[in-house]
Write a protein that binds this ligand. Sequence first.
Ligand SMILES: Nc1nc2c(ncn2[C@@H]2O[C@H](COP(=O)(O)OP(=O)(O)OP(=O)(O)O)[C@@H](O)[C@H]2O)c(=O)[nH]1
Ligand SMILES: *[C@@H]1O[C@H](CO)[C@@H](O)[C@H](O)[C@H]1NC(C)=O
Ligand SMILES: *[C@@H]1O[C@H](CO)[C@@H](O)[C@H](O)[C@H]1NC(C)=O
Ligand SMILES: [Mg+2]
Length: 394
Amino acid sequence: MAIARPIRVLGLLALGLWIFFFYQVFGRTRYPKGPGDTLEHMDRDPNLDPTGEPEGILHRVEEGYAPGPEGTARINATLLSLVRNEEIDGIVQAMQDLERTWNSKFNYPWTFFNDVPFTEEFKRRTQAQTKAECRYELIPKEHWAIPSWIDMELFEESAKILQENDIQYGSMKSYHQMCRWNSGLFYKHPALEHMQYYWRVEPKVHFFCDVDYDVFRYMADHNKTYGFTINLYDAPQSIPQLWPETMKFIAQHSEYLHENNAMNWLTDSDRRPEHNLKANGYSTCHFWSNFEIADMNFWRSQAYEDYFNHLDRAGGFFYERWGDAPVHSIALGLFEDASKIHWFRDIGYQHIPYFNCPNSPKCKGCVTGRFTDGESWLLKEDCRPNWFKFVGMG
Ligand SMILES: Nc1nc2c(ncn2[C@@H]2O[C@H](COP(=O)(O)OP(=O)(O)OP(=O)(O)O)[C@@H](O)[C@H]2O)c(=O)[nH]1
Ligand SMILES: *[C@@H]1O[C@H](CO)[C@@H](O)[C@H](O)[C@H]1NC(C)=O
Ligand SMILES: *[C@@H]1O[C@H](CO)[C@@H](O)[C@H](O)[C@H]1NC(C)=O
Ligand SMILES: [Mg+2]
């Protein structure tokens, strides 16, 4: 049967449109499907490259890391965990991972914090995981309490809005208190007075790779202020006023801006422009603070003290759900030399649902280069490509 020419042309056109349509919908993979796939703006995940120890001087077990006063090679540093008595199983598991991969060699003390006293069972079971000293500290009431200037009716109203926007834990008072304490108070606890560095550990996190050097002395010897493993986008609805408040602060205190700051990383709007828009100018990229190895002198600086007080007065720890992760990250990105921020690429780590899993024979139990074991849409929460681009790695 002969088909009239105009019909053939129309048929071809329709076919072409269908192909175009399917290409638009299925053809462009925006995010990687699994290990090895490419990321937008990141041709290759650096975690797939063979990863060894960082360069430069490293201090090792032979130098004197026995538990107790014999451990003369240790500096003033502690593993640090804010944790609830009910989370005993989770913290024991996290301790086992970190003791196995690192601390059984270096024996840094553990310091546990709680807003209520630790139970005897908590103390017994945690101390049983380590040869190092464990300290159990109560948070002073004035560090944990909701500040007097917070209007509790406004808090309840705001919590409803957070809930409507699906902001996890938005209506849970203690979650807001926890974020505030981690932002601006933990390092003021008297138990940390003589401590300079800390490694923050949460219940249920995993560590996968043997680390055979003193990471605290690495920080000190290489002038590092802050070490991270994972870099994420935040939910913009949890922090709409954080960046505007930060800009107000900067307008009054431009002297605190570091000349080598990470402003371009903080304000990126190329990748996920809608995040930047909803957060009023902040990319929402942050170092995921359930892991941090850091120098408390930065939090104790005048710049950070003034910044935290400004934010605290603005009320966003309660009326919004400002997390300690974006607060820490913005402060570091503005007031610190960006070269003092270190990606601990060699420390295999997981806090559900994200991983840092390097390509190294020292790692066991994670899939090299895997960013998440959750739903594939979580892959777009990865903000490492922005950081790598910013520091010239990608
Ligand atoms: N003592 C005490 N610790 C808390 C409280 N709320 C949170 N924490 C601790 O603070 C840290 C962060 O809390 P999480 O509940 O893990 O918050 P998150 O990591 O954002 O959320 P998850 O995805 O559920 O882990 C953990 O180490 C908790 O044990 C609290 O009210 N009291
Ligand atoms: C650790 O802190 C104590 C008390 O402040 C101080 O005397 C000591 O010199 C410090 N040690 C190191 C290695 O910095
Ligand atoms: C560390 O920083 C100090 C002060 O900024 C500087 O004097 C020193 O040379 C730095 N050391 C290294 C190894 O970068
Ligand atoms: Mg957690």
